[in-house]
Design a protein around this ligand. Structure first.
Ligand SMILES: NC(=O)c1ccc[n+]([C@@H]2O[C@H](COP(=O)([O-])OP(=O)(O)OC[C@H]3O[C@@H](n4cnc5c(N)ncnc54)[C@H](O)[C@@H]3O)[C@@H](O)[C@H]2O)c1
Length: 362
């Protein structure tokens, strides 16, 4: 049987670490469809899960030991889709083995470990991209370009990321059937034991990365948090280094449809973006108002497979020796600092916390 997928002559040979949810639902199929990636190897300690994924995606090699996949000279880069606490240790091992790294978000669980990873990767001359896939949302990419070319000085950024109480009804419908195994390796303890940490890392990382993508560095934040009846809500004021002010809303979960997006006000125009649940694979619907022409544009942005697109971007950068087009290690660290600053600000009754003064982890 042949696969109906067109590949470029030179594809990046990738080894995928982990056969859990993200790799089953996004990266294994993303590698298969990507124009410039060859699925060289897959690794998981759970042999049954590995066998299932190998049968579906047909890598050249399979490994139950990560060290062995890293020793495979055919593997040029790894995609790391394992529990958050394993991100940095697994990425460091890849860097030591001379492999480029695509690392799921959040970059890690503490600022110090992320900084160590950044230094190691730089010292080896390798590429590291963090899996903030919204940077490859074609609607948001258009809006970013519009902002840079047309919007003049920016005064205000508003961002919201509100998970929906109905999200599992939706995702069960649109995601592939997911497999699990008794043998899967999970970080020690229950990551959901402290829900505000868990939601900040899992969801807050997307909210902050989108803000960084549009606005650049955040100087400081002031956050308030409330939880009632299973709902967790953060309202976060922030100052951007560019001089704009921001207001961010992270809520898990609201009693309506998935509610995510942003608005940006500038002297030359305005952007409004509505973003969908990622598993719908739909680009954000974006409205860009241009003051000069008095017209509003909305790109069609047909290709909503931002998980495939981020892998293609990663491979393009490596194959063409070009700068990273996704979230860099610096972006991943900024997100970590913003999350920790938010957490600290809540503890200090909404005090302003500078990102440069943050340390430690969640
Ligand atoms: N970008 C997104 O939209 C998005 C969505 C979901 C999850 N994620 C991220 O993806 C990451 C993985 O989440 P998940 O839910 O897929 O995890 P998971 O726990 O379901 O799967 C991880 C798999 O990796 C394997 N594994 C772990 N360490 C290993 C090792 N050293 N050697 C071999 N196998 C190993 C485990 O056995 C397991 O099968 C998380 O960091 C999460 O935040 C991102």
């Amino acid at each position: 049987m042949n696969r109906n997928v067109k590949k470029e002559d030179r594809c990046l040979r990738v080894g995928v670490l982990g056969c859990g949810i993200i790799n089953q639902a996004a990266h294994l199929i993303g590698c298969t469809k990507a124009r410039n990636i060859h699925l060289q190897a897959v690794c998981d300690v759970a042999e049954d899960l590995l066998g299932k994924m190998a049968a579906m995606y047909e890598p050249d090699s399979v490994y139950t030991e990560y060290e062995k996949m890293l020793a495979d000279p055919q593997v040029e880069a790894v995609i790391i889709g394992v529990g958050d606490q394993f991100h940095v240790p697994c990425a460091k091992m890849a860097a030591e083995a001379g492999k480029h790294i695509f690392l799921e978000k959040p970059m890690g669980v503490s600022i110090e470990e992320c900084e160590e990873l950044k230094s190691l990767v730089e010292s080896k001359g390798l590429m590291l991209q963090v899996g903030h896939m919204k940077r490859y949302d074609a609607g948001l990419q258009y809006a970013k370009q519009f902002k840079e070319q047309k919007m003049g000085e920016i005064t205000t950024y508003k961002g919201w990321y509100c998970d929906s109480v109905g999200r599992y009804t939706l995702t069960d419908n649109v995601m592939p059937v997911l497999y699990s195994s008794e043998s899967m390796r999970k970080p020690a303890g229950n990551p959901k034991a402290v829900l505000d940490h868990y939601y900040l890392l899992g969801h807050g990382s997307h909210l902050f990365d989108t803000a960084l993508f549009f606005m650049g560095e955040i100087d400081r934040v002031s956050a308030r948090y409330v939880h009632r009846g299973g709902m967790h809500s953060w309202l976060i004021d922030c100052d951007f280094a560019c001089g704009a002010i921001g207001a961010l809303d992270l809520t898990v979960a609201i009693a309506q449809q998935w509610h995510e997006g942003c608005e940006i006000y500038g002297t030359g125009g305005t952007v409004f973006a509505k973003t969908y649940n990622p598993w719908e694979f739909r680009s954000s619907v974006v409205e860009c108002y241009d003051r000069e022409t008095d017209l509003c544009t909305t790109p069609a942005a047909y290709d909503g497979h931002f998980y495939r697109r981020e892998l293609e971007g990663f491979a393009d950068s490596i194959l063409n020796h070009a700068p990273c087009t996704g979230a860099t290690a610096d972006d991943g660290i900024q997100v970590m600092r913003a999350l920790i600053a938010t957490y600290r600000s809540v503890q200090e009754a909404g005090a302003w916390v500078s990102l440069k003064d943050t340390a430690g982890g969640l």
